[in-house]
Design a protein around this ligand. Structure first.
Ligand code: EPZ
Length: 445
């Protein structure tokens, strides 16, 4: 396995215009794993996770937890994908800038560390390619639980003897916050008394976290709904948990099948968490079929039926908090709508600036007109292969999909963004008929 530093200048060379056929199996969820791993900071017991994806963000979180006094053993490079986390020392409680700047999700260590140790020092996350990402709601929620929080040399310093339960409205200008809910919910498990979080995030990743915390001995009700109630307990123990499949990875490959007019099967697919995407695909004339009786299971076998679709119909889509259409699939769906027969409208309500992929798609012949948080997509018959630049995780996936559907060769540069959130993307796609080579950028420029 090549070290993270070595892949920094990698590019994908994609031969487009090929049908995909066969099965892609979905890995464990990145966005579920990160708060689950941080949850280990709440206990002295051992947390055993399975189906943890082998991703750069996961390896960064391992590095962070080790810096915060944890022993982490894992075999995420083997099919079992198992990980064991156990706090050895509660002394080192500083999440340094060098780690936090590689991964904003480091912030989800704040609540668990503060609740268990009464002290936490975490570098304040900086700017992000997808837009403004403040953490004011995280801090507001923890302050309402009684924490004293101040900024010192770019670090958030939080202290509290013992947190106290409170009723907290956690909604912001763009609605609920996922990691903010994870932080406050985790902290409230060890607070004295009852906490009610109103306008909590309803994402499946929050339900996953609540399931682990309850298995550790917490008392959480209502996870997955806008009102979560947590009755604080004195201490939490160890537990085991199998990570849910990655709904954003699954959604990405469902769109890949649709826009390459392929009949593609997605295994271990959390389709029940993707009904908003299924609705948009249906709107475009693309059917999604679940193998008998697997629809409501967390791990369905799903076939996207793209082969018979002569022309994709245009649709409107607006991103929203779950169960609305996920912002993390906006770019990928836009690349598909570039090929629809007519005018689509894409509105980004979570990160209004999340459009760095627009200019790159335009280099491939897409006709896109942006007005603030909305992009009007005039469908074209064909995208044309070109050298393009990846800017963030989901924009990179969007460009790979565009390259799969395009005529000719597409070079996607800086695919290290992809390695943060997609496990073995080129192997998975090549196994179903794509033609992608990972090369050093020097070879294509
Ligand atoms: C999570 O980020 C995901 N990351 C993101 O996925 C995802 O885009 C996002 O949720 C929204 O679905 C992980 O789970 C690791 P938020 P998070 O707090 O929790 C505003 C990917 O591609 N806000 O729900 O950081 C914020 O600016 C990543 O895998 C405040 O105003 O997102 C945004 O507009 C990218 N104040 C909105 O709320 C706050 O304190 C939603 O953000 C917090 C957030």
């Amino acid at each position: 396995m090549r070290r993270d530093l070595e892949v920094l200048m990698d590019s994908f060379v994609i031969e487009g215009g090929r049908d995909l056929h066969g099965t892609i199996t979905i890995s464990g969820s990145k966005n579920a794993s990160l708060p689950l791993m941080a949850g280990a900071l709440l206990t002295d017991g051992e947390i055993a996770l399975s189906d943890v994806p082998n991703l750069r963000d996961i390896r960064n979180m391992i590095g962070l937890l080790e810096e915060l006094g944890c022993a982490v053993s894992h075999d995420i490079e083997s099919p079992a994908r198992q990980m064991k986390i156990c706090v050895q020392s509660t002394k080192p409680s500083h999440a340094r800038y060098e780690i936090v700047r590689t991964m904003r999700a480091s912030i989800c260590a704040l609540g668990p560390m503060l609740a268990r140790r009464g002290y936490a020092r975490i570098s304040m996350p900086g700017g992000c390619a997808i837009g403004d990402r403040p953490i004011d709601l995280h801090l507001r929620g923890l302050r309402e639980l009684g924490a004293d929080i101040h900024l010192d040399a770019g670090d958030i310093v939080a202290t509290a003897k013992r947190l106290a339960g409170a009723t907290i409205f956690l909604g912001g200008p763009f609605g609920s916050t996922v990691l903010g809910t994870a932080n406050v919910m985790s902290a409230a498990t060890l607070a004295h008394g009852v906490t009610v979080i109103e306008c909590a995030a309803c994402e499946p990743e929050i339900v996953e976290l609540a399931n682990l915390l309850n298995a550790m001995g917490a008392n959480i009700r209502g996870a997955g709904t806008p009102r979560v109630t947590i009755e604080g307990v004195k201490e939490l123990g160890g537990a085991e948990h199998r990570v849910m499949p990655d709904r954003i990875e699954a959604g990405t490959y469902l769109i890949a099948g649709a826009m390459t007019h392929s009949d593609l099967t997605i295994g271990n697919c959390p389709i029940d968490c993707l009904l908003s995407l299924e609705d948009r695909l249906k709107g475009c004339g693309v059917g999604v079929h679940c193998e008998n009786g697997t629809r409501t299971t967390e791990r369905a076998t799903v076939e996207v039926k793209g082969a018979d679709v002569r022309a994709l119909r245009p649709v409107q889509v607006t991103t929203q908090p779950y169960p609305g259409f996920p912002t993390d699939l906006q770019a990928q769906l836009m690349s598909m709508l570039c090929l629809a027969d007519g005018i689509s409208v894409v509105t980004e309500k979570i990160y209004p600036e999340r459009f760095l992929h627009v200019a790159e798609l335009s280099r491939m012949g897409a006709r896109l007109y942006r007005q603030g948080p909305t992009v009007v997509v005039h469908g074209v018959k064909q995208l044309i292969g070109a050298p393009v630049m990846a800017s963030d995780l989901r924009a990179s996936a969007c460009l790979v999909l565009a390259g799969l559907a395009a005529e000719g060769t597409t070079n996607v540069n800086r695919v290290y963004h992809l390695d943060r959130g997609y496990e073995n993307m080129e192997e998975k796609l090549n196994a179903v008929g794509a033609k992608i080579r990972r090369v050093d950028e020097g070879e294509v420029s």
